[in-house]
Ligand binder design. Structure first.
Ligand code: UD1
Ligand code: CA
Length: 440
């Protein structure tokens, strides 16, 4: 194909089968709205323009796509079918020459390779992507004459029992000669079960008067259209597997990978171990780090050979240096741990900086919020903090200090100090026995 094609993405439908207030194309597939996958695919191939047909939840969809520049929007106020949707871009398309690629906003995992095959197919009025599925579900069926020639597409709702048995289906992804498409669309009627103007009927008309070629997907999974939340979970599983596989091939150990969720942005060094049930988003993980079972990590940096978890929660802005240890049931938020620092058990550490080799005992808590503002806790290097202590921020603990267990520290501590900040113990021997007797 010589000139760059125009690209048109259909995204105006409500997605009735999602049973949701959120427009279908904004439902997240593995941490991102599904329409972003389709826009990325469109942006990734040479093109003359990208048109997005919006309608249901138009305002939200436009907002969610605002980071994609150079996209032209066309409104389809009433969702009268995929054929009608394409016609909303007619004022623009009729001024263009060449070809248009049509993508569906609810088919997010089509690969670049498959799209390249569609683009490099021989010249035709329409090239349609197809697949053969053992369970063809409710996809439109590809109809062929006895000589094998494609004669049209029948929507599932309009299929006879015989036609429902056809395993060859329409993926909803096409390349059209613009002039052929527009002339066929003008003649499409809505005489069908759903009373809609089907884009598929335009394909049918072109089989009669022009040249229509199928382009069969090598990997049929790629055409999965997300019509309900079950299909969404299947597609998510596919994306998750792709990402995990990529990291495993690059030297990351992932135990029980179907339980590990890694987003598109996270990165890992070599010999990282990720145990089952971890969720890692927007995070950079250094060589040899070990993320133990069930850890939930967001927008953080984890240094080499650090260990996290089991069941730790690193909220955004956490930064761990080399060989830091964050143990079970520890929650961090905007907390920096310098090399070798540790918080091994049951802690909350927010808005804090912890110096090299300092050790925070079990149950340590930063009291960082006074009900109005957040305050910072600074603990310098080589500090030892006994179990069940609290730091009331803003506060600074000087290097090399010892804080006794059970202390509530409210004032800054100079370096190398020993701090007891707890009520002195009173012991009254025999008192309990006496008390019990009196209350009998
Ligand atoms: C469509 C195809 C079907 C194919 C399947 C593949 C038609 C008539 N049918 O069916 O042959 O097997 O995709 O996934 O084309 N949309 C609009 N405006 C509308 C209607 C739909 O913009 O008025 C958009 C939707 O937002 C969606 C896409 O078009 O992104 C497909 O619509 P959908 O209703 O999901 O079509 P299917 O029934 O899946
Ligand atoms: Ca669909």
């Amino acid at each position: 194909m010589s000139a760059k094609p125009h690209i048109l993405i259909l995204a105006a439908g409500q997605g009735k089968r999602m049973h949701s207030d959120l427009p279908k194309v904004l439902h997240e597939v593995h941490f991102r709205p599904m329409i972003h996958y389709v826009l990325d695919l469109a942006k990734g191939i040479p093109h003359s323009s990208i048109c997005l047909i919006v309608g249901h939840g138009e305002k939200e969809v436009r907002e969610a796509c605002s980071s994609y520049t150079g996209v032209q929007y066309f409104s389809q106020a009433e969702q009268k079918g995929t054929g009608d949707a394409v016609r909303r871009a007619e004022p623009f398309l009729s001024q263009q020459k060449g070809q248009v690629v049509i993508l569906s906003g609810d088919v997010p995992i089509l690969s670049r390779d498959s799209l390249d095959r569609l683009l490099s197919s021989p010249s035709a009025d329409c090239v349609m992507m197809t697949a053969r599925l053992k369970d063809p579900g409710a996809y439109g069926r590809v109809l062929r004459a006895t000589d094998g020639k494609v004669t049209g597409i029948r929507e599932y709702a309009d299929c006879s029992e015989e036609e429902k048995k056809v395993e060859e289906v329409n993926a909803g992804i096409y390349r059209f000669e613009i002039s052929s498409l527009l002339s066929a669309l003008k003649r499409v009627k809505s005489h069908n079960k759903q009373g809609e103007y089907y884009l598929t009927d335009a394909v049918g008309l072109l089989t009669q008067e022009g040249k229509v070629l199928p382009c069969e997907l090598k990997n049929p999974e790629e055409m999965t259209g997300i019509n309900d939340r079950y299909a969404l979970s299947q597609v998510e599983g596919w994306v998750r597997d792709q990402i995990n596989r990529e990291w495993m091939v690059k030297g990351v150990t992932i135990q029980n990978p179907s339980t590990v969720l890694i987003d598109h942005e996270s990165t890992f060094g070599k010999d990282v171990v990720i145990e089952q049930g971890c969720r890692i988003v927007g995070t950079k993980v250094g060589d040899g780090a070990h993320l133990k079972q069930g850890s939930y990590i967001e927008e953080s940096v984890i240094g080499p050979e650090a260990t996290v978890g089991p069941y730790a929660h690193l909220r955004p802005g956490s930064k761990l240096g080399r060989k830091v240890k964050i143990g079970n049931f520890v929650e961090l938020k905007k907390a920096e741990f310098k090399d070798g620092a540790k918080a091994s058990h049951l802690s909350y550490i927010g808005d804090a900086e912890i110096g090299e080799n300092s050790n925070l005992g079990c149950g340590f808590i930063t009291c960082n919020y006074d009900g109005k503002d957040k305050h910072k806790t600074t603990i310098e290097r080589d500090v030892f903090i006994g179990s069940d202590s609290q730091m009331v921020a803003p506060i600074k603990i000087g290097q090399g200090s010892y804080i006794a267990s059970g202390s509530t520290v409210t004032k800054d501590v100079p370096p190398d100090s020993l701090v007891f900040a707890r009520v002195p113990q009173k012991t009254k021997p025999g008192y309990a026995k006496k008390y019990k007797k009196n209350s009998d």
